[in-house]
Write a protein that binds this ligand. Structure first.
Ligand code: HEC
Length: 178
């Protein structure tokens, strides 16, 4: 009797340990590592964001741009990185503009939003959430994940773009310079 209980406790401890180990397997946005090589890709779009006083640069690989130009889904391994620069401000605190009326970026990066596509990613999600094989993550200026980000919101808002491989700026990739 005593031995049985001991055994039960030991197996419970083992089960809890196994669960804890399973918990350390990367899930969701934690699968995305900071895209340290993003600057080796192409800037296919630059947007001024008045509401954040930012200039955002959209980076991806040439392979992704080539696929979009063919109207094809983006290749496995595609990473899209949006780099958020603080805009230069005028004396009134509004974004200053260059001769073309565009914002001027400073050297201050305020954060990064990233989406990455890898084989098999997303298979654990219900169809109502899943965005193909994409995962989403937000990184702070120091390149660590922003744990306050609501990653479900990324899935919800990008889902209607399914016919463009969940990418809003797919058409901008199509017209990106080579
Ligand atoms: C309310 C809708 C909405 C939400 C929520 C949203 N996005 Fe987006 N996302 C957009 C739109 C619209 C664009 C197109 C360009 C732009 O406005 O930045 C975009 C563009 C992007 C891009 C560039 C590739 C593309 O699809 O054009 C990335 C990367 C991205 N978002 C990541 C994220 C991440 C990460 C999250 C969650 C933290 C997120 N988005 C949440 C609407 C959304």
């Amino acid at each position: 009797m005593m031995t049985d209980r001991k055994f039960a406790i030991v197996t419970t401890i083992a089960a809890v340990a196994a669960l804890a180990a399973a918990g350390s397997v990367r899930a969701g946005g934690d699968k995305i590592m900071f895209p340290a090589e993003y600057a080796k890709g192409t800037v296919y779009l630059t947007l001024d964001r008045p509401e954040n006083k930012q200039v955002r640069e959209y980076y991806t690989s040439q392979a992704a741009i080539d696929a979009a130009k063919k109207g094809a889904p983006l290749p496995t391994g595609t990473v899209i990185t949006v780099v958020q620069y603080a805009a230069q401000l005028d004396a009134q605190g509004n974004p200053a503009k260059d001769a073309n009326g565009r914002f001027i970026k400073t050297n201050t990066i305020q954060g990064y939003t990233v989406m990455e596509k890898q084989a098999g990613w997303g298979s654990e999600y219900p169809e109502s959430k899943r965005n193909g094989e994409w995962e989403y993550q937000v990184f702070r200026a120091d390149k660590t994940p922003n744990t306050n980000a609501n990653l479900d919101s990324c899935f919800n808002c990008h889902k209607p773009q399914f016919s463009n491989d969940f990418v809003y700026t797919y058409d901008k990739m199509k017209v990106a310079a080579r």
